[in-house]
Design a protein around this ligand. Structure first.
Ligand SMILES: [Zn+2]
Length: 345
């Protein structure tokens, strides 16, 4: 009897799992493409390729997705929701490949400087296109906009929830939010009109800020100044490919992440739009993350590269925290459980 009980306990400890999902950070060079894999569906955030060097990005994304859907034939080549954080080439350029080869049910993006590619893909493939802006977010403050994800998981497992907190800013005049002054020029680039999203999975939360820059971060935190705990997360997809203007100490203190992943290109490319040209990830940001107390210590530190500036030789630094970059290791797969744990595999 005792043995049967032990066997049963062992069985359940081995097989009663299932409350986890995988986040795939696909190496598309100096660009973003993230795939969240659930037991019955997929959410993607951005689908970019590197500016002026699209071929390696295209090959990498198409091969990765082909293998993924070969393994997950049950998903029938479907992407349930695609969030396009903003309309810049490195976040949208592979949309035609994606929409031709896979069934995208919905695209959610910002209308700000909407590109023809996104509109064309949506029109050609009859994909539902939805736009986010701050007027909508203001009306939903502080809750945010909840994306209806449909049924992405098998019965009995944790149900993921996707919240959006920002969108097209549409600031036409100078104005003040919680003591911070903003003018239209702060939001003239798509970066500061990025959609900020949070994936909640049980007790775990993951934050994606697109390419939000300092003014966009200040606008977000000024808007939500009474509700900053919304942004207290376990995981941070490092903003703007690890740019110096994509992350600051104030933001990291609000997020208090345990683990961070950067999407950026490797050091080999020298075309306009490469990691080298932008100097991504920036040494100052990797150091900021490395000194952030909330981030989990690695068992052993690793040596990685980061740029002290634009178009300069990258430098080698020791990283002792759970910080990862597609520019250091290629594709990254992270297992996320419902109890606050994110493990890069
Ligand atoms: Zn970008």
């Amino acid at each position: 009897m005792k043995n049967t009980l032990l066997t049963l306990l062992l069985f359940f400890s081995l097989y009663a799992k299932g409350d986890d999902f995988k986040a795939h950070f696909i190496n598309v060079g100096q660009a973003d493409a993230t795939l969240l894999e659930f037991s019955k569906g997929v959410v993607m955030i951005d689908v970019g390729g590197e500016l002026r060097n699209i071929t390696p990005s295209r090959t990498s994304l198409n091969n990765y997705l082909a293998k993924f859907y070969e393994r997950r034939t049950d998903l029938k080549k479907t992407i349930d929701v695609l969030i396009i954080t903003h309309n810049h080439y490195d976040h949208i350029s592979l949309i035609m490949d994606l929409s031709k080869n896979y069934m995208i049910k919905r695209i959610i993006t910002s209308k700000f400087k909407l590109t023809k590619e996104v509109e064309k893909a949506a029109k050609n493939e009859k994909i539902k296109l939805e736009f986010m802006d701050y007027r909508l977010m203001d009306s939903l403050m502080p809750k945010g906009y909840e994306v209806n994800l449909g049924n992405l998981v098998t019965a009995g497992t944790t149900i993921p929830k996707l919240m959006l907190y920002s969108g097209e800013v549409s600031v036409k005049i100078k104005h003040t939010v919680n003591g911070h002054n903003f003018s239209p020029s702060n939001f003239s680039s798509p970066n500061n009109n990025s959609i900020v999203s949070k994936l909640i999975y049980g007790k775990t939360s993951l934050l994606f800020t697109g390419d939000l820059e300092i003014e966009g971060i200040e606008y977000l935190t000024a808007k939500y100044h009474n509700h900053l705990s919304l942004f207290d997360v376990d995981f941070y997809h490092v903003g703007h490919h690890g740019a110096e203007n994509g992350t600051n100490k104030e933001l990291l203190d609000i997020l208090s992440p345990k683990i961070a992943v950067i999407s950026a290109g490797d050091t080999t490319h020298r075309n306009g739009g490469s990691a080298f040209d932008h100097g991504h990830p920036r040494r100052a940001v990797v150091e900021l993350l490395n000194n952030q107390a909330s981030l989990t210590n690695r068992k052993q530190s690793v040596q990685v590269h980061a740029y002290p500036g634009q178009e300069v030789t990258p430098e080698i630094i020791d990283v002792k925290k759970e910080i990862y970059c597609t520019c250091w290791t290629g594709n990254i797969v992270m297992l996320v459980d419902s109890n606050g744990k994110c493990i890069v595999q």
